[in-house]
Design a protein around this ligand. Structure first.
Ligand code: MEV
Length: 453
């Protein structure tokens, strides 16, 4: 197999030529079998280029964001028109490919934003992040137990802060910086294995670069000051952020909920199942992440970090469980539904100001602080969870889901706007079959035949 030398340094058109020829090789077999016409390399180029931004400066910007970028991959950017949170109105940007999510979210946000129910409430419980320097302490003479602890605690703690003061100065001016330094001897992992755990406040920045720079500097310092006895393994932030935590909730008199007592009982049961059964909890939390990720992506934040932290948090008791919880005060006739999730988000730095649409999203949200964005994201996760549970315990999700799916199938089949409308009306009718690709294809065929008669 020939390896490729210096691909990242190839020109954009060389990279595109390479991709076009690789693409052609991989579909050639399938096309011979189906006897379809082979697209030429020029067609592939044209197709890839058709997704470039027409403004050259913007396209160049995207190319700089990640290596070997040859084109852009579009995802729908939708909005939830109104969500009331802590008595403030928001229009929420959501980037997601799953067709029913924004519709469900909008319905749920509207329901809870009604004056009878008072909207969403949220509060941030902490904004602390953590980084770790992992190292092994080279064993010395016998009777030297505690040498590493002594070295770090007595000699280095103050100097560890000093060695990074040029890096932390600006963050400190904004009210953040290093909040704690702790040494842990993790004997359960290996005899001489230690972690230097460093706590951070990063204000409105997600802070990954800041944290990692500080940790790498500290690691170097530890190594040199210990004359090599601290054998550094790695230095990196932890994406597990249980101290960067937000809670969101909704509450309302049971009488204002559709279906009253019986509905509430079913809702409570559904949450209980997600609390106790892993198979259900994962799907339940996935629904929450539909909303969370949509806003996290729209605002240029790191959805992989958020996903990893939320699922680790869901398993923090030792059993993976629901991120949301429900309580009913029957005496007061009150229903309360909430969730608590770890979120490490930024509203400055990184992609938030670089990506034009992330910037737009933050402007649309009124330039929130990181703390405010955490509350928004948690509320959207809760709204999505409510929407899913509400459908599941009443109509089931397929009716809403498949209605949205129908328009995707219709588009795939080349239906016109008018035909899509007719298809929707047909599938909502009493005699319609369940929505599936085949059923929509047949219905469209029949509609077109009838028109020609
Ligand atoms: C689909 O993307 C999400 C749901 O499955 C969530 C749930 O089951 O709670 C509807």
């Amino acid at each position: 197999m020939d390896l490729i030398a210096g691909f990242s340094r190839w020109s954009l058109s060389e990279k595109m030529e390479y991709v076009a020829s690789e693409w052609q090789k991989s579909i050639a077999v399938a096309e011979t079998e189906t006897e379809t016409e082979t697209e030429t390399e020029t067609d592939v180029h044209v197709n890839l280029k058709s997704f470039w931004h027409r403004d050259q400066a913007k396209q160049e910007l995207f190319q700089k964001i990640s290596e070997n970028t040859i084109t852009n991959f579009f995802l729908p950017y939708g909005v939830v028109p109104l969500l009331l949170l802590n008595q403030k109105r928001y229009t929420i940007p959501v980037v997601i490919e799953e067709s029913s999510v924004v519709a469900a979210l909008s319905k749920s946000a509207k329901f809870w934003s009604h004056p009878d129910r008072g909207g969403f409430h949220a509060k941030v419980l902490g904004m602390e992040k953590e980084g770790q320097v992992h190292f092994f302490w080279k064993a010395g003479k016998a009777g030297e137990e505690g040498a590493c602890e002594f070295f770090v605690r007595m000699c280095l703690e103050k100097r560890l802060r000093e060695c990074v003061c040029d890096l932390s100065e600006r963050m400190e001016k904004r009210g953040g910086g290093i909040t704690s330094i702790e040494l842990l001897h993790k004997r359960e992992i290996a005899t001489n294995y230690y972690q230097l755990r460093v706590g951070f406040q990063t204000c409105n920045a997600m802070g990954a670069n800041f944290i990692n720079s500080v940790l790498e500097r500290m690691a170097k310092f530890l190594k040199s000051e210990s004359q090599g006895r601290a054998d550094i393994l790695m230095a990196i932030l932890s994406n597990y952020t249980p101290a960067s935590l937000v809670e969101a909730w909704v509450e309302a008199p049971i009488a204002t909920l559709p279906g009253g007592e019986e509905y509430v009982e079913r809702f409570v049961r559904a949450v209980r199942v997600a609390t106790l059964d892993v198979g259900r909890a994962v799907t339940h939390n996935k629904g929450i992440m539909n909303g969370v990720d949509g806003v996290v992506i729209a605002t240029g934040n790191d959805f992989r970090a958020v996903e990893a932290a939320c699922h680790a948090y869901a398993a923090s008791s030792g059993q993976y469980t629901s991120l949301s919880f429900v309580s009913v005060d029957r005496a007061a006739g009150c229903f309360r539904f909430g969730l608590r999730i770890p979120l490490a988000l930024g509203t400055v730095g990184g992609l938030t100001s670089l990506h034009p649409m992330a910037k737009f999203s933050l402007e649309l949200l009124g330039q929130p602080s990181a703390e405010e964005l955490m509350q928004i994201v948690a509320s959207v996760g809760l709204a999505q969870n409510f929407a899913a549970l509400n459908s599941l315990i009443t109509t089931g999700i397929q009716s809403g889901h498949m209605r949205m799916h129908l328009s995707n199938i219709a588009a795939k089949l080349g239906a016109s706007e008018e035909e899509s409308k007719q298809l929707l009306a047909y599938f909502q009718g009493p005699s319609a079959k369940e929505i599936s690709f085949a059923a929509v294809r047949d219905a469209l065929k029949e509609m077109r035949c009838k028109r020609q008669e």
